[in-house]
Design a protein around this ligand. Structure first.
Ligand code: SF4
Length: 70
């Protein structure tokens, strides 16, 4: 699997934070009650975090997370 970036749709995100529980190294909910990436802007998800990001994408109740299409 090559390096991939994850996208947060902040219009969909309701800030409940399941993503931050599952992948606390990648997502955090901000004071604006939206999920944010803890990665530097434009950075790929580290390979070791790809499975947890997959889980976060699957569990997000608002379908706000997705892998960025190449
Ligand atoms: S799980 Fe989805 S809706 Fe909840 S904070 Fe994360 S991105 Fe937002």
């Amino acid at each position: 699997m090559h390096p991939m970036k994850v996208v947060i749709d902040t219009d969909r995100c309701q800030g409940h934070g399941q993503c931050a529980v599952i992948a606390p190294g990648v997502f955090a909910v901000g004071d604006d009650e939206k999920a944010h990436l803890l990665l530097l802007p434009g950075t790929e998800v580290p390979g070791c975090e790809e499975p947890t990001v997959d889980d976060a994408i699957a569990i997000c109740p608002e379908a706000a997370l997705s892998w960025m299409p190449e």
